[in-house]
Write a protein that binds this ligand. Structure first.
Ligand code: TZD
Ligand code: CA
Length: 530
């Protein structure tokens, strides 16, 4: 007779969840015993790192990923990282070991009291199976739900005495299940939108992370060309959905209500694809849209569609909707917009011993492979990065989707594991690097050849800028002096070098890019504005 353990591993294998990111405790050992040879366990030394790596792996593989956390404490440590996974729609199947069933009520050590409530509201669904025999079915439900649009993390708490329990043959039926989303729009819905777009005088496209996640990038290019429309990336960009050297590309929209309506002034039709409307950040009230403009959103996320304060929405599969539009939309006959002018090569830094972030980005753009995958987590250098590093390929850029720091280092490790065919370059601020620094250990132990670049300006640069915006310049706690990232990296087993000139940085970068192991480059930099 099969056991809960044997059927669960069959299910995970069948669903392709054979890489497990975790940090174990006693509650999890009965699951991990007899870990099959065709599975891979990736240890993270803190649950923020575990979830960050799994998030990167899900973003890179476009597939659900299994995470194994330790009870309530492990779940708590994972919550910050879950904010990003929630907003990046990462299909993380989080499991947490629970005390033996009989010991939960008495609150024995490591009992996860009210386990399903703990990770809410940062999961789509969470549960603790009512009996051992229901564990495989509950996990199957979790995997399917994580993977159905809108994708996102789910959570299952599993008592550790369940794994050895016997189970009926019939319970194995769950292993074979396939659940798929169709989501094709109706012809009349497509027609109505095509008419709107064809009648528009001056349409504009705003593209969000779902375009990149659903691999609809090329369809978006075709749509932009048919409409001869400028293309903006939706505010607070966590991915790059459009080649930034394309004539239609304009940049990333500002993350403020007033800023968006000013930037889009003159457009009469705004087509937003695969983004919330909108992910604002700075408080700058104003009109939601420019005078006379209409907005239509295409998304697979019913919550995003319902939440928007303006515009119409079609909820369905992004690729199917883009395909359907292209099936009916003619060429507008207008000429393509003129390409934006990129800034020239960065001027040398005026501060001896420090590079400008612009010079670092120019070097990356010149020397890194064209299809490099960038994980970016330096908050004051976002605009400079988008201006200077050309992103041409799908899955080229990842930024924490909820702005929760501690994503960059581990996500880079997970992305590189999922995509050994492309080079991952993590560009991380000296503030951000500390929230999940032990990801360096996982990179070293598993031989994951990420190039880590730490921009060291000794401060929380973006907060310095915010403190001026919010008239709070006297706020404490905004500087981070005295950090030695080379020593930290070596302590975790990663080779490191500090570069104080552009020439030294370029040399170190070329070396790191050809290495088969992770390398960290620390660069003292000047502070610029986001
Ligand atoms: N804690 C967490 C988990 N997430 C956050 N976003 C913050 C604190 C607040 N925060 C920001 O929003 S930006 C920032 C902080 C602390 C500064 C990051 O500093 P950095 O980058 O050195 O990584 P820059 O380029 O110097 O801004
Ligand atoms: Ca900094």
């Amino acid at each position: 007779m099969p056991t809960v353990h044997s059927i669960t591993y069959q299910l995970l294998r069948r669903q392709g969840l054979t890489t497990v990111f975790g940090n174990p405790g006693s509650n999890e050992l009965p699951f991990l015993t007899g870990f099959p040879d065709d599975f891979r366990y990736v240890l993270g030394l803190h649950e923020g790192v575990v979830v960050g790596m799994a998030d990167g792996y899900a973003l890179g593989s476009h597939r659900p990923v299994l995470v194994n956390l330790h009870a309530a404490a492990g779940t708590g440590n994972a919550m910050g990282a879950l904010t990003n996974a929630w907003y990046s729609h990462s299909p993380l199947v989080l499991t947490a070991g629970q005390q033996a069933r009989e010991m939960i009520g008495v609150e024995a050590m490591l009992a996860n009291v009210d386990a399903p409530s703990l990770p809410r509201p940062l999961v789509k669904w969470s549960a603790e199976p009512a009996c051992a025999q229901d564990v495989p079915r509950t996990l199957s439900q979790a995997i399917q739900l994580a993977n159905l649009p809108a994708r996102g993390p789910v959570y299952v708490s599993i008592p550790h005495d369940d794994w050895a329990q016997r189970i009926e043959d019939d319970d194995a039926l769950v292993v074979e299940r396939q659940v798929e989303y169709t989501g094709v729009p109706q012809d009349c819905q497509v027609k109505a939108l095509v008419t709107r777009l064809e009648q528009a005088r001056n349409p504009v496209l705003v593209l969000g992370p779902e375009v990149d996640a659903e691999r609809a990038n090329e369809l978006a290019v075709e749509l932009a060309e048919r409409l001869s429309a400028p293309v903006w990336v939706a505010p607070s960009a966590s991915r790059c959905p459009f080649p930034t050297d394309h004539a239609c590309f304009r940049g990333v929209l500002p993350a403020a209500v007033a800023g968006i309506s000013t930037t889009l002034a003159g457009h009469d039709e705004v087509l937003v694809i695969g983004a919330p409307v909108f992910r604002y950040h700075q408080y700058a009230p104003g009109r939601y849209l420019p005078e006379g403009a209409r907005l239509t959103l295409l998304t697979s996320d019913a919550q995003e569609a319902a939440r928007a304060p303006m515009g119409d929405a079609l909820v369905g599969a992004i690729k199917a909707m883009c395909d359907a539009l292209l099936g009916q939309l003619g060429h507008c006959g207008r000429a393509l917009p003129e390409a934006i002018v990129r800034p020239g090569r960065a001027l040398p830094s005026e501060v001896p011993g420090r590079l400008t972030p612009e010079a670092v980005f120019d070097a990356l753009n010149a020397l890194a492979p064209e299809d490099a995958i960038y994980v970016k987590e330096s908050t004051s250098t976002v605009t400079a990065f988008w201006q200077r590093v050309v992103l041409r390929h799908p899955d080229s850029y990842f930024f924490p989707a909820a702005g929760g720091l501690g994503f960059g280092l581990p996500a880079a490790v997970g992305l590189q594991m999922a995509r050994p065919d492309r080079r991952v370059i993590a560009v991380i601020g000296d503030g951000s690097a500390n929230y999940a620094i032990s990801a360096l250990w996982s990179a070293a132990q598993y031989g994951v050849p990420v190039v880590f670049i730490i921009l060291k300006n000794d401060t929380y640069g973006a907060l310095r800028w915010f403190s001026r915006m919010l008239d709070a310049e006297d706020a404490p706690g905004l500087d981070v002096p005295g950090l030695d990232f080379c020593a930290l990296a070596r302590g975790y087993g990663v080779e490191a070098v500090s570069c104080v000139t552009t020439t030294a940085f370029e040399k170190a970068l070329v070396e790191a890019l050809s290495a088969k192991r992770p390398m960290l480059i620390e660069v003292p930099t000047t502070t610029i504005e986001p």
